[in-house]
Design a protein around this ligand. Structure first.
Ligand code: 1HE
Length: 262
């Protein structure tokens, strides 16, 4: 058996999930998606937060174009039954699962690689990162949730430009367009992502679940329905953990918020 296409490591409550196909720039083929699914589900079971990163020179070169060609020419037969797209399934497991994901990005973060990164909840890149959607140049279209997820983050104008002109965004532009929230010097994105994951992992797991599951759904609702869903969630019976954390503050024993500055 060859090297796994996904590496998995548990560091305390943090799952470290690495794309591990560096010779093909971590291009996503069906086997990689299958292994990613297994790793994500394992992280759901045993971790409170996960970090997603790429081994080698870049985060991810997107769809495996050789496999896409084999599919386009009929060398790989289409499935007999229609089913949900495997990328949609796995990326939604990341985006709307029980635990937050932090993405550590470097080098090429393009096409499906960008779609995967955008499934994570907090994104960090180093100054080698380049963000792009080269589908137009390859004669294909985004298929990993980009029309929904990327468009909602960067807006139609930016996504149209990226797709039509093939323009790559620099880390500074990525920051400006909310593709990432943090930029580090080269080689330090993973360390920063782990530091943020550690911080996120200290939150109540229940609140983390609400943050990542309620916010994106409310974003899709009307004002009135959004407030209704917010009320249902904020008013639902709070676990003992909430009581303990509230008491900690009231008793003057909670950590100062200022300790959390950038
Ligand atoms: C690949 C892929 C790939 C590299 N599929 N094999 N994605 C793209 O259009 C990006 C295509 N890739 C690139 O533009 C460049 O490879 C990179 C900028 C990412 C990196 O450049 P570099 O110089 O470091 O590497 P390289 O020499 O171009 O590639 C190294 C190897 O990786 C080479 O294979 P080799 O056997 O000749 O060594 C490449 O063929 C291979 N490789 N990228 C397959 N993507 C569900 S919809 C989503 C649609 C999309 O994602 S579209 C975007 C596709």
């Amino acid at each position: 058996m060859g090297e796994p296409l996904i590496t998995y490591e548990l560091d305390g409550a943090i799952a470290l999930i690495g794309l591990n196909r560096p010779d093909k720039r971590n291009a996503i083929n069906d086997s990689l998606i299958d292994e990613l699914r297994v790793a994500v589900l394992r992280a759901h079971d045993e971790a409170d937060v996960a970090v997603l990163f790429g081994h080698g020179s870049n985060f991810c070169a997107g769809l495996d174009l050789a496999e896409a060609l084999a599919r386009a020419t009929g060398q790989i037969k289409p499935p007999r039954k229609r089913r949900r797209h495997n990328w949609h399934e796995v990326f939604d497991l990341i985006a709307r699962g029980p635990i937050p994901f932090v993405a550590a990005l470097h080098g090429a973060v393009v096409g499906g690689g960008l779609e995967l990164a955008m499934a994570a909840h907090v994104r960090v890149c180093d100054d080698s990162a380049l963000f792009g959607l080269p589908e137009g140049q390859r004669g294909i279209f985004v298929g990993g949730g980009g029309t929904v997820r990327i468009q909602r983050v960067v807006g139609t104008t930016v996504m149209m430009d990226m797709m039509l002109t093939g323009r790559l965004l620099s880390p500074a532009e990525g920051l400006q367009e909310h593709v990432v929230r943090y930029v580090t010097p080269a080689g330090q994105a993973l360390a920063k992502a782990r530091e943020l994951a550690l911080r996120i992992g200290k939150n109540s797991v229940d609140t983390n679940w609400m943050i990542i599951n309620v916010l994106p759904r409310v974003q899709d609702l009307s004002h009135d329905d959004g407030l209704f869903v917010e009320q249902l969630n904020s008013a639902r019976a709070r676990p003992p953990e909430a009581e303990a954390r509230l008491r900690e503050f009231v008793d003057g024993k909670a950590k100062k918020l200022q300790d959390n500055q950038a």
